[in-house]
Design a binder for this molecule. Structure first.
Ligand code: SF4
Length: 329
């Protein structure tokens, strides 16, 4: 599958990642967990697309499937016009230079036995980008770019705070000058004060190096100032996607409304009320029939438990998957 002259850096088509569930050991039919269940998503060059949803909705699996860190079950992932799911191992190895990831648990993602200079220098070695003095110069440059003192180069990961470790993870990701970075909950484990610093750093680097981010978060307040567009995910599916301001001004899917209502509101004039959802996210190995959200939805109708809604356009750059909008367009 080839798309030429596209404004999109990445196009995801009907992507699925299904797992055979471990439970069901004694039963004949093993339940299938549809962690990612037919996702369509486009990311423009230079854009930050936020991907938001509760823990367990499949957003990290989607991010990793896009990078083939997890092998998708089916679908297409078209990067710069090329379907990477048909790439062989060597082609994929070369593509890794263009597509990097920043993890939530920066500490666990850093090898504790090597210095941060070696950690940041490793991708330069792997892709043969710099050697000896040039490599040392580049490592120092990267440390300074992410706001770390160059004298830290021979220190080990355990000598750094959570925020500093995340800066090291960012330096490693940008070392190879990638085009796309999947940011998998990069600030979720950090204190609020440090969070803002890391988000500002990520925005600065994005502008400086014309990066494109898929920014995964469970928290709509985190993605608010950073993202250009936001996709909301529930049980393996995108339920709403819109430009950032449109989504915050006019949230349309009941699930998005609920997530937004959980953000503390400092505006005394605002009439926004907190909506509390019933229950937890259902078990993805046996999702509710029809609309997966119907068991928790305050607006559910009879047909919601029978018919699965599909994503439909309700405005410029705004689509939603909900029967409440069926007769309006
Ligand atoms: Fe709620 Fe029905 Fe819309 Fe699903 S389709 S979100 S259950 S109103």
């Amino acid at each position: 599958m080839t798309v030429s002259g596209s404004q999109y850096l990445l196009q995801v088509k009907n992507l699925k990642k299904h797992y055979a569930s471990k439970s069901g050991f004694l039963s004949r039919v093993k339940p299938v967990v549809k962690a990612v269940d037919g996702i369509d998503l486009d990311i423009r060059k230079g854009e930050i697309l936020g991907l938001v949803g509760e823990s367990g909705c499949g957003k990290s699996t989607l991010g990793r499937s896009i990078l083939r860190l997890i092998e998708p079950t089916s679908g297409n992932v078209v990067f710069e016009g090329r379907d990477i799911l048909s790439c062989n191992r060597e082609e994929m190895r070369l593509l890794r230079k263009e597509m990097q990831i920043i993890f939530q648990d920066s500490g666990a993602a850093l090898n504790p036995r090597i210095t941060i200079g070696e950690i940041i220098g490793a991708p330069l070695d792997i892709f043969g980008l710099a050697k000896e003095e040039e490599k040392e110069r580049r490592i120092i440059e990267l440390l300074e770019l992410v706001g770390l003192n160059k004298d830290y180069v021979n220190r080990f990961p355990h000598e750094f705070s959570g925020g500093q470790k995340q800066r090291i993870g960012i330096a490693r990701a940008i070392a190879v000058q990638p085009k796309l970075i999947v940011c998998d909950e990069p600030v979720s484990a950090l204190d609020v004060s440090v969070r803002a610093q890391i988000l500002n750093l990520m925005k600065k680097l994005k502008n400086q190096f014309e990066l494109t981010y898929l920014f995964i978060s469970h928290d709509l307040s985190v993605v608010h100032h950073l993202c250009d567009r936001i996709a909301v995910m529930y049980l393996g599916k995108i339920v709403e996607i819109a430009d950032r301001d449109e989504l915050y001004r006019n949230p349309s899917h009941p699930y998005t409304k609920t997530l937004l209502s959980a953000i503390p509101n400092l505006d005394p004039e605002s009439k926004r009320e907190r909506i509390v959802l019933e229950g937890d996210v259902p078990n993805p190995s046996s999702p509710p029939s029809g609309c997966h959200f119907h068991t928790r939805c305050p607006y559910r109708m009879e047909r919601c438990s029978v018919d699965a809604p599909s994503l439909q356009r309700i405005g410029d750059h705004h689509s939603v998957s909900c029967h409440l909008f069926d007769d309006q367009h």
